[in-house]
Design a protein around this ligand. Structure first.
Ligand code: PLP
Length: 394
């Protein structure tokens, strides 16, 4: 009999979002017609901007004519989009060639697929609290996982320590769920650490567009030495509302080599074997994000979410509740009041104020006692939730 990948048996039930939806439906069933304020969602609520919609329509029309029809696209991405992404980096002073950019159908796909570059015996470091996919993708691959806790004492931005000497190092900045962003000096320590140990950093920059503090790095490649130790994985999901449209990009510098193998060369080989590229229409929509007008429009949407963040932060400030995030990230990570546990606070908010957030414990054991609010919800829900929070906890 065939042996399936038995590592799947080691996955914990993905109980976080399942548990949340079970609890919310039970509450809704018991209280029909009651409005629930949803601050737990990781999905965007604003539609694609006009510039992207226009490009998608034009690209669909291109597909109707023999002269402009596109069949299979280059596996690593259409040249027009690779150039647009590389220009986006070059405008920030990062010197990239177009073929160091790989177009993907989103960061999730890429975070899983990229592990093909590393031997199964390599270990992976996950800084927790963390986006759950890092742990699960490595369990499926049967890798040793080193968990490094972070906490209030280091602003949820730990420095490298002896225990962190892993082959693969995940760094998510701005972070989901904590909203914390690595400042340059601290990130440099991780870059130096990875170069010294021959590790590779997988830098998840899915939320870089939310950074407003100019001193903070948007890309790991702003730091000296990163081009010999890092891969950057990005997404247009939150930047431009592509959660359902699906588009992302990955940067693998030509100078990133391990044991005489070029990781960028290996990734070309991987992509040409395992994908036939992202659709022409979607890539055209993506290229519109990088035009001056596209940038102006997506920034308007981001500003809307930032306004939601300000509304929630004002309520937390009034209540004297400790939190991080919100300013340079779409998530606010708070300490549960009155020493409540994460799930206890979840139940309390649902029962007493009909607010749904995400219990911190779902992002790793050290998230216990914390809670995540998302700023991607509607303005109405955000305002109502902020008001109810103050009434309930004052
Ligand atoms: N990385 C982080 C940290 C995320 O929070 C998410 C989605 O929520 C992703 C990656 C996945 O993004 P995508 O929609 O591009 O797959």
């Amino acid at each position: 009999m065939i042996t399936p990948n038995m590592n799947y048996a080691n996955l914990k039930d993905s109980y976080l979002f399942y548990n949340i939806s079970q609890k919310v439906s039970a509450y809704q069933k018991a209280h029909p017609g009651v409005h629930i304020c949803r601050l737990g969602i990781g999905d965007v609520s604003l539609p694609l901007c006009d510039e992207v919609i226009k490009a998608l329509h034009e690209a669909a029309d291109d597909q109707s004519k023999k002269e402009s029809f596109h069949g299979y696209m280059p596996e690593c991405g259409a040249p027009f989009l690779k150039t647009a992404v590389a220009d986006y980096y070059r405008a920030r002073g990062i010197d990239l060639t177009d073929d160091e950019v790989f177009i993907s159908s989103g960061a999730s796909d890429e975070l899983g697929d990229i592990l093909d570059l590393f031997d199964r015996s390599s270990s992976a470091l996950v800084i927790e609290p963390a986006y759950p996919a890092y742990v699960d993708a490595n369990i499926i691959a049967g890798r040793e996982i080193i968990h490094l806790d972070s906490g209030e004492e280091n602003g949820f931005l730990p420095e490298p320590v002896e225990k962190a000497k892993a082959d693969i190092i995940y760094i998510c900045s701005p972070n989901n769920p904590t909203g914390a962003v690595f400042p340059r000096e601290k990130l440099q320590k991780w870059v130096d650490f990875a170069n010294e140990n021959g590790s590779v950093i997988l830098f998840d920059a899915a939320y870089e567009a939310f950074i407003e503090d100019n001193a903070l790095p948007h890309s790991i490649f702003e730091l000296p030495g990163a081009k010999t130790c890092a891969i950057e994985i990005c997404s247009l999901s939150k930047t431009a509302g592509f959660t359902g449209t699906r588009l992302g990009y990955t940067v693998i510098p030509k100078t990133l080599e391990r044991k005489g193998m070029s990781l960028s060369g290996m990734w070309v080989r991987n992509r040409t074997t395992k994908t036939n590229g992202v659709s022409y229409i979607i890539q055209k929509g993506g290229a519109a994000v990088f035009t001056p007008e596209g940038q102006r429009q997506i920034k308007e949407n981001i500003a809307f979410y930032k306004e939601n963040a300000k509304i929630i932060m004002a309520a937390l400030d009034e209540l004297g509740i400790w939190y991080t995030g919100g300013k340079n990230a779409p998530y606010i990570w708070l300490k549960c009041p009155n020493n409540m546990g994460s799930w206890e606070f979840f139940d309390f908010l649902l029962e007493k104020a009909q607010i749904v957030g995400t219990p911190g414990e779902g992002f790793g054991a050290c998230g216990e006692g914390y809670f995540r609010f998302s700023t991607f919800g509607s303005r109405e829900d955000t305002e109502k939730a902020a008001q109810l929070l103050v009434e309930l906890l004052k």
